[in-house]
Design a protein around this ligand. Structure first.
Ligand SMILES: *Cc1c(COP(=O)(O)O)cnc(C)c1O
Length: 461
């Protein structure tokens, strides 16, 4: 073990140093991957030195998602305290299903969940759990909605036509989960959004009415706090009213931006959150913990228990259900995703988490201010979003993004809304300052000016 830790320290130190001058790893075309790196597995063991060298090369060739040149996805940066927690979780290697196997780590997880429920304004009937990501916490919400509608489904299977509602801009895990849950992809209703990408409540209500008239049973409305492309927030309060009237479960998918819960200034974006049935958010997105750290909380913990508990006498042998977290989780063996969030929260305090969230919106303002005043840019995004969407000099977004990637310059992605495709710059890395955002634009502009011919050729191709 000591030897492996030494290798770990050496590679990590070298990587952190190299990232300062080379924030983007050299791009390896996928077609050349197996010829470029030594990935093969052999019959014979490897010499220690060669092993370390090979491992280092692999690490150095891997996309550098934590640097100031990565804007491609909804995560980024590195928080030392959160990483410390995650490294310790790996060393200890507990499984979170029972108090017998996880001990105080159960308390770590429960403390986070309690605190989140308190911040929402929920009493001791509320509880939650961690799952492997936002797709899976969304899945849990769908299962609870299904079982809350009819608790016989768990035993007998589906015999009724159920429908779920989500906006056209919502995450693709919703139709995936509809397939997993037996509800069926075709029974997902995509509710239109307004020009800001927010779900239109009146459209939801008329769709629900039409479905009921046609013999369907609406079971779930999925609202999004931070849509994947525009970063839009669906209006929770009017949705809660409709859900109450038709007795439908309301879940808020806050995987991307649900962490505004931690900010006094931006919490209004999820106004009405206390009225929903369940809420999920990814601490590995806005709060910058390592992947993955996804939390779901339910206003009434009975539903968590009803949908996810199963007796298992070989597992649950001591302590009360409240301390045996396997009774409310999707998985059986479950890694300790709570500790990294706890080490972060413990070290910076709730105020520190608030500062992180606010900083991301400040960076978004810096980006937006820069492009709205510049005639070369066309802006597609709106305030109160940390996704800055734009086009530059009318060059197709995908051409710029792909060329930047293939030239190992910057990692940024593109998205589309309302028939327009654009670059999406995500200001989620809290280690970045305004200068990093301005540097992004400068670097992209220089790149475009040096490659304008090529970028336009790509357009015509
Ligand atoms: C990222 C995201 C998800 C999925 O979360 P994973 O942890 O990647 O599974 C779901 N919904 C929204 C809105 C997201 O941004």
């Amino acid at each position: 073990m000591e030897e492996s830790l030494e290798i770990f320290n050496q590679i990590t130190q070298d990587l952190l140093k190299d990232e300062k001058t080379n924030p983007v790893a050299r791009h390896i075309p996928s077609a050349e991957l197996y010829e470029t790196l030594d990935l093969g597995l052999n019959e014979d063991p490897m010499e220690d030195a060669a092993f370390s060298e090979s491992l280092k090369e692999l690490v150095f060739s891997t996309p550098r998602t934590s640097t100031n040149a990565f804007f491609n996805q909804l995560f980024g940066g590195r928080n030392g305290k959160a990483i410390l927690g995650d490294l310790l979780a790996v060393i200890m290697n507990n499984s979170m299903y029972t108090y017998k196997a996880a001990g105080p780590m159960v308390g770590v997880e429960k403390t986070i969940l309690r605190k989140v429920c308190d911040m929402i304004g929920w009493d001791h009937n509320a509880d939650g759990t961690f799952a492997t990501g936002g797709s899976m916490t969304n899945f849990m919400s769908m299962l609870m909605a299904r079982d809350a509608f009819n608790d016989k489904i768990r035993k007998e299977g589906l015999a009724q036509k159920l429908t779920v509602y989500t906006s056209e801009e919502s995450h693709y895990s919703i139709p995936k989960n509809a397939a997993f849950s037996g509800i069926g992809r075709e029974n997902v209703r995509y509710v239109p959004t307004d020009k800001f990408g927010k779900l239109i409540p009146a459209e939801l209500e008329s769709q629900i009415k039409a479905d009921i008239a046609n013999g369907y049973h609406p079971v779930l409305v999925n609202a999004t706090a931070g849509t994947t492309v525009l970063g839009a927030f669906d209006p929770i309060k009017p949705l809660a009213k409709i859900c109450k009237e038709y007795n439908v479960w309301l879940h808020v998918d806050g995987a991307y931006c649900g962490s505004v819960l931690f900010s006094k200034k931006y919490k209004h974006l999820i106004d009405g959150i206390e009225e929903v049935d369940s809420f999920s958010f990814n601490a590995h997105k806005m709060l910058g913990t390592p992947l993955t750290c996804s939390i779901i909380v339910a206003k009434n913990k009975k539903y968590l228990h009803d949908s996810f508990s199963n007796d298992a006498s070989y597992l649950y042998q001591t302590d009360h259900d409240d301390f045996n977290l396997g009774k409310t989780s999707l998985q059986c063996g479950r890694r300790n995703d709570a500790l990294k969030f706890w080490t972060l929260w413990k070290s910076v305090g709730t105020k520190g988490l608030e500062t992180m969230v606010d900083h991301q919106f400040n960076l978004a303002d810096v980006a937006l201010d820069y492009i709205v005043d510049n005639d070369d840019y066309k802006v597609y995004s709106y305030p109160d979003s940390i996704s800055i969407c734009f086009n530059y000099k009318d060059i197709p977004a995908r051409n710029i993004c792909t060329a930047l990637y293939e030239s190992s310059e910057l990692l940024v992605g593109y998205g589309s809304f309302d028939g327009e495709e654009f670059i999406r710059l995500v200001t989620i890395n809290v280690q970045n300052g305004p200068e990093d955002i301005l540097q992004f634009f400068k670097q992209m502009e220089t790149f475009v000016s040096e490659h304008e011919d090529q970028l336009n050729r790509l357009t015509n191709a």
